[in-house]
Write a protein that binds this ligand. Structure first.
Ligand SMILES: [Zn+2]
Length: 308
């Protein structure tokens, strides 16, 4: 009798081990799915943070460098760099709220630390928030330790402060080389977001010029660059939104715009702007820098001082 019980025990143990082995295999195959279908997890409703984690698009497309979205839909993404600014960003948020427009903010970790309430307001009002480094260095010129701080600490403070997961990074000045690009895409799993319409608002050309440049440069899928640390930029936004709407454009966050990207759709030459950074939409890592020349070529495009 005891012997029979032992046999039964080992038989059950064997079945259990086989089942576990299958589960492990399934985990490797399906990633998150297993954790959601595992019997022990079925009772549990995912928290908000987990839902954000599940939204990872790792499986649907690889991380990549983007300066535009290839879509025929008349949609653009307004992006604002270098904030949050203690005075100007709330003014901009008022404008966007009144116009029912959502934008994407590439923020500095140091400014999120200084203005956590404004960072939370950005997210609470439906905008997207993403990393622009901690203190705005050219990432091609910093040590490995400083690079780690600039990227990891900024992601951490944004996520801790706002609860929104960071999936994208815009390098200061658009400065990239192969090493930096590879680290952002592979080590940190961040999409690298550049732009294809640059009004050079950091040169403070006046709000009319900023509006004119943004509106004339807009095309389906365009990523529009601006900075919410300059009064002239904030003043330009109501007219910019009104004129873009009058031309039939609607607005999306960068993530939404990238979701519309159709790799098979080629941009016509008319849509290629002369001020576009040299990296086009790509699912692969750009070629290594040659002769110390980093990419994109126009690293001066955003060469402004962060000082407020
Ligand atoms: Zn910047």
């Amino acid at each position: 009798m005891l012997n029979a019980l032992s046999k039964m025990f080992f038989l059950l143990l064997g079945i259990a081990m086989l089942w576990c082995g299958h589960s492990t295999l399934a985990a490797e195959d399906t990633g998150w799915n297993l954790q959601m279908t595992n019997a022990a997890e079925l009772w549990r409703t995912p928290s908000k943070a987990e839902s954000l984690t599940f939204s990872s698009d790792k499986k649907s497309r690889p991380k990549a460098v983007y300066n535009t979205s290839r879509t025929s839909r008349p949609v653009v993404a307004l992006t604002f760099d270098d904030g949050p600014h203690g005075v100007l960003t709330p003014k901009l948020l008022d404008i966007l709220r009144d116009a029912h427009v959502r934008a994407t903010f590439f923020v500095l970790g140091s400014n999120v630390s200084a203005y956590p309430d404004i960072a939370r307001r950005i997210v609470a009002e439906g905008h997207e928030i993403a990393s622009h480094s901690w203190s705005h260095p050219s990432l091609t010129k910093v040590s490995a330790g400083r690079f780690e701080h600039e990227i990891r600490d900024t992601t951490d403070i944004i996520e801790r402060t706002t609860g929104q997961r960071v999936t994208m990074m815009r390098p200061p000045y658009g400065a990239l080389n192969h090493r930096v690009t590879k680290a952002l895409l592979e080590d940190y799993q961040l999409d690298v977001i550049l732009w294809d319409v640059d009004p050079l608002d950091w040169r403070r050309p006046g709000s009319d010029a900023i509006t004119r440049r943004l509106v004339s440069g807009a095309h389906p899928g365009a990523i529009l660059l601006a900075h919410d640390i300059h009064p002239g930029t904030i003043a330009a936004i109501p007219a910019t939104i009104a004129q873009l709407k009058a031309k039939g454009f609607s607005f999306a966050t960068v993530s939404e715009l990238l979701a519309m990207d159709e790799p098979t759709l080629q941009k016509s030459p008319m849509q290629k702007k002369p001020d576009a950074p040299s990296i086009s939409v790509s699912g692969s890592i750009p070629a290594p820098e040659e002769n110390g020349k980093s990419i994109p070529q126009r690293v001066d495009a955003e060469a402004h001082k962060v000082a407020e």
